[in-house]
Design a protein around this ligand. Sequence first.
Ligand SMILES: NC(=O)c1ccc[n+]([C@@H]2O[C@H](COP(=O)([O-])OP(=O)(O)OC[C@H]3O[C@@H](n4cnc5c(N)ncnc54)[C@H](O)[C@@H]3O)[C@@H](O)[C@H]2O)c1
Length: 296
Amino acid sequence: MALPDVTPERVLDKEPVRVRSRRQPFGYAPRDCEEGTMGLLDGKRALVFGVANDHSIAWGITKALHAEGATVGLSSVEALLERRVRPLAEGLGIDFVEPCDVSDDAQIARVFERWGEQQGDLDVLVHAVAHARREDLDGAFVDTSRDGFHLALDVSAYSLTALTRGALPHLRPGASVITLSYLGAERAVPHYNVMGVAKAALEASVRYLAADLGPRGIRVNAISAGPVRTLAASGVAGFRDLYAQFRDVAPLRRNLALDDIGGTAVWLASDLASGVTGEVVHTDGGFSILGMAGGA
Ligand SMILES: NC(=O)c1ccc[n+]([C@@H]2O[C@H](COP(=O)([O-])OP(=O)(O)OC[C@H]3O[C@@H](n4cnc5c(N)ncnc54)[C@H](O)[C@@H]3O)[C@@H](O)[C@H]2O)c1
């Protein structure tokens, strides 16, 4: 599976990754997952798909789950595993690190077989995976090719169902499946194009999976996150402008930190969200509530 033809350094080192300010007016600051954890996930086991590097949303979620007491395992594409993912895993004492291309059913079966052998049950499955051709995230949506459409929908939407089905023998009642979506599922966002269609399919999949698995006590939800500077985001044309404009418009007047999204994931993974399933939880500083820019 071809990954974007950019390295994290080339994309992310152009400008330092920064949340505009951790000190906000009125004394408000984003959550820091290393401050004041509560053991909300003590005894739970989580498997996270989608860490590419330490800018990945999956990595933010991994740190947050780990800080709350979960035992976490990681799976990522083979090409990133040894150089990028294993060193990060070692830093947190994570020893389950397995390759998986989510478009390959045999690899999905193998990763869950390994999980069963090494860890047994699974309480939290995190799907933070997406991919589309670079040329389909630029220009006009009407030009999307059939192959590009299939690729984006397969890797970014169908894979949630494939991973959930693979995980099913290990998921206990009370387990939580979490995926990552974006506003482009609900509204036409410039250049998001086929990925918006994939996210719409992903969000619909969340509802159907939640309906299927609810009777088994398994919850399925999506986090619709505001823009974060990651490798995947770098493939969307105009992302830099979108990211900069976001903080001037979003009600909270700042960009999202990985810890903001990690916090929502902890909540959805924990028993605090025991009555929540089939939802798309916006974690976007309020951006999606707006009818137009402006305000107080
Ligand atoms: N960055 C944002 O602004 C933003 C906003 C909302 C939602 N999201 C979503 O968050 C999720 C994580 O993306 P990210 O922004 O952290 O970027 P990222 O590049 O760090 O993560 C994307 C991951 O998908 C993986 N992937 C791609 N094809 C794969 C395949 N065939 N098999 C297995 N893994 C594959 C990549 O290896 C990478 O680890 C994605 O679903 C993305 O759409 C991102």
